[in-house]
Design a protein around this ligand. Structure first.
Ligand code: FMN
Length: 147
């Protein structure tokens, strides 16, 4: 079974709810999923996955340095062959998911659209969108593995 790593930074649980819905969507498409806060992930383990979903909420009009550094680290270790997606909850400007996607794309990584941004706590409808993204990334990984 293909494997998806869901990695997030969430201070009040909003991005975490998105991460859980993405994980559920991918699981429903028969992808094995591991999900955790970014600081619980060992960057060395991330390279063993077929796909990586990275989420962060926005602070001070940008992405917080610890997760930014984590992403640099996994890029350095080599994730350019993976299928990725970027997501995050925000309040008013929402730069973090955009920055994640830009960073990954400029390193040659495939980032599935949409870069998913949800304002504050996701509603049931928002969570369905997250679930859809989880299913989409699962389908893309399976397609790639068949080639
Ligand atoms: C100190 C602080 C700074 C913030 N700065 C921004 C910001 O610059 N832009 C933005 O869109 N949201 C900003 N937010 C809002 C958070 O991104 C928003 O509350 C989000 O839902 C938090 O999600 P989380 O629970 O996953 O961390 C800020 C929140 C706090 C507490």
């Amino acid at each position: 079974m293909p494997k998806l790593a869901v990695i997030y930074l969430s201070t009040q649980g909003n991005t975490k709810l998105m991460a859980e819905a993405i994980a559920k969507g991918a699981t429903e498409r028969h992808v094995e999923v591991d999900i955790n806060n970014f600081y619980e992930w060992d960057p060395e383990d991330v390279v063993n996955y077929d796909a990586v979903a990275i989420g962060s909420s926005t602070f001070y009009y940008t992405i917080l340095e610890p997760i930014d550094k984590f992403i640099d680290k996994i890029l350095e270790l080599g994730i350019s062959d993976k299928i990725c997606c970027a997501f995050g909850s925000y309040g008013w400007s929402g730069e973090a998911p955009v920055k994640i996607a830009e960073k990954l794309r400029s390193a040659g990584v495939t980032v599935v659209d949409p870069v998913l941004r949800i304002q504050y706590k996701p509603t049931e409808k928002d969570l369905l969108e997250c679930n859809r993204l989880g299913k989409d990334i699962a389908e893309k990984v399976k397609e790639k593995n068949q080639k």
